[in-house]
Design a protein around this ligand. Structure first.
Ligand code: NAD
Ligand code: 6OD
Length: 486
């Protein structure tokens, strides 16, 4: 049986405790690998390796040398594209047709984009007057923050992990990554790519395990971790923030959402249907930016519901290798239980089930997979659990509205503030809505479209801080002020 080990100081190592946990393929229930679970010993070894590497060749490299290596990392991912694709799809159950367009290419791009950015970023410099007339030169330099703890989720494992590791390394830091226990494979594989690309030992370290009372908690509590960057649930973010308070460590938190789509009667309905289908059902609804609440202006409500239903029913459910499949399984049976509990709650709360609401019939060899049907409801009250809580599954509730003000108020009614999508052909309305919606990102007539140089993050309980472009550099560097009296 394959074993997945930690990657510490450039080498794959097992746990001293000998504790292993199962990595299971959600599509067929087969055991993919046994994964070593890190205890405090392994986490400490990884942090020590990361600390030492800051003082080694990595710390002495020029930006040009460092960024060349990161380009080689990106090229290394691309060269081993099929292995990354296989590993990601086995762990998650997502269709290869999706991961080959999004997850793996973005894994490579995250290194190139931030390597190129760091080469071109300027800092301020001022010539100052001084009373003696000689003057002074006051400027700022960016220095790496140090050892960064990276804790990542399971929904887009390689994409979201490299989204943090790419800029952290570009800025000259070293990292200790704790991937989700559900999806350890691509983070582990990246160690081989790092070695082949010439990344010095100790710069990229990986420890596997769970969250509380396991590798995640040990990493966030470790006093020699300088900053923590996290993507995951809001509740976990609160716990991590508390851990980071000890030692006054900085955090970047990308958290949960319950995102609203607003569809005005003046929209291009074809585009609104296509975009809402993607935002509700892509990656089996396991996208933090996905739309789980859809508000539709009353004159087009019935037509919108009927067309979204038709679109959902046309999705092709299948296993990752099925070239026709555009809808995979959920990440695990545990998550499936959670999603199905909301499907039940919707019925209990009196929803009209427009489509789905259960488990699809699958061929015998796939019958044990973590499948659920794409699901649409109408008719629930605004305060129902299904409408207010993040489900993170392939489902949405559609509710009619009558005025622009009402739609904005509904969109803003929850404590989350991650993303929103507005569908309208009226430019003034689009600008007004984008301004008034309380969310870190607002799409107009699109979804999941973003230049990586722009700011990404959530407002309200959906996060703290912004990453992306220079905003990532703000988090992963310390600006040092140097003033030289001439
Ligand atoms: P999660 O919070 O359960 O776990 C995320 C990671 O944190 C995992 O690696 C887990 O092991 C670790 N963890 C859990 N408890 C911990 C603890 N006490 N200390 C340290 N680490 C701990 O989230 P998940 O279920 O893996 O991912 C789904 C969630 O992530 C959803 O809420 C989704 O909205 C959110 N998410 C947000 C974004 C964003 O950019 N805002 C992106 C993707 C996912
Ligand atoms: O595209 C990204 O950079 C990003 N952070 C996406 C987040 C998706 C959430 O599931």
């Amino acid at each position: 049986m394959k074993e997945i080990k930690h990657f510490i100081n450039g080498q794959y190592v097992g746990s001293a405790s000998g504790k292993l946990f199962d990595n299971v393929n959600p599509v067929n229930g087969q055991l993919i690998a046994k994964v070593h679970e890190a205890g405090e010993t392994e986490v400490d070894a990884a942090v020590k390796a990361a600390r030492a590497a800051l003082k080694g060749p990595w710390g002495r490299m020029t930006v040009a040398e460092r960024t060349e290596i990161l380009h080689r990392v990106a090229d290394g991912i691309t060269a081993r594209f099929d292995e990354f694709l296989e590993a990601e799809c086995q762990d998650t159950g997502k269709p290869k047709s999706l991961a080959s367009h999004i997850d793996i290419p973005r894994g490579a791009a995250n290194f190139k984009v931030f390597a190129d950015l760091i080469k071109n970023v300027a800092t301020e410099a001022f010539e100052m007057a001084t009373p003696d007339g000689a003057g002074a030169l006051n400027y700022a330099v960016r220095r790496p923050k140090g050892v960064i703890g990276v804790i990542s989720p399971w929904n887009l494992p390689l994409l979201l992990m490299t989204w943090k590791v790419g800029p952290a390394l570009a800025c000259g830091n070293t990292v200790v990554v704790k991937p989700s226990e559900e999806t350890p494979s691509t983070t582990a594989l990246l160690g081989e790519v790092m070695n082949a690309a010439g990344v010095p030992a100790g710069v990229y370290n990986v420890v596997h395990g769970f969250g509380g009372d396991s590798a995640g908690a040990f990493l966030t509590a470790h006093p020699d971790v300088d900053a923590i960057t996290f993507t995951g649930e809001t509740g976990t973010g609160e716990t991590i923030m508390r851990a980071a308070a000890k030692g006054v460590r900085q955090v970047s938190l990308e958290l949960g959402g319950k995102n609203a789509g607003i569809v005005f009667a003046d929209c291009d309905l074809d585009k609104a249907i296509e975009g809402t289908l993607r935002s509700a059902f892509a990656n089996c609804g396991q996208v933090c930016l996905g739309t789980e609440r859809v508000y539709v202006e009353r004159p087009i409500f019935d037509e919108f519901v009927a067309r979204l239903k038709a679109g959902a029913e046309a999705l092709k459910i299948g296993e990752p290798n099925d070239p026709e499949a555009n809808f995979g399984s959920l990440v695990s049976h545990k998550h499936r239980e959670k999603v199905l509990s909301y499907y039940q709650k919707a019925k209990d709360e009196g929803a009209t089930v427009v489509t789905g609401g259960g488990v699809p019939e699958m061929p015998a060899h796939l019958a044990g997979g973590a499948w659920v049907q794409p699901t649409i409801w109408t008719g629930l009250p605004d305060d129902s659990a299904v409408v207010t809580e993040e489900i993170f599954g392939p489902c949405c509730h559609i509710r009619p509205f009558d005025t622009e003000e009402e739609a904005i108020e509904l969109a803003n009614s929850l404590p989350y503030g991650l993303a929103s999508a507005i569908w309208t052909e009226n430019a003034s309305r689009a600008h007004r809505g984008a301004g008034q919606i309380e969310a870190g990102i607002v799409w107009v007539n699109s979804w999941f479209l973003r230049d990586l140089r722009t700011a990404f993050g959530g407002s309200k309980q959906s996060g703290i801080g912004r990453e992306g472009g220079v905003h990532s550099l703000e988090f992963y560097t310390e600006l040092k002020n140097v003033c030289i009296k001439l």
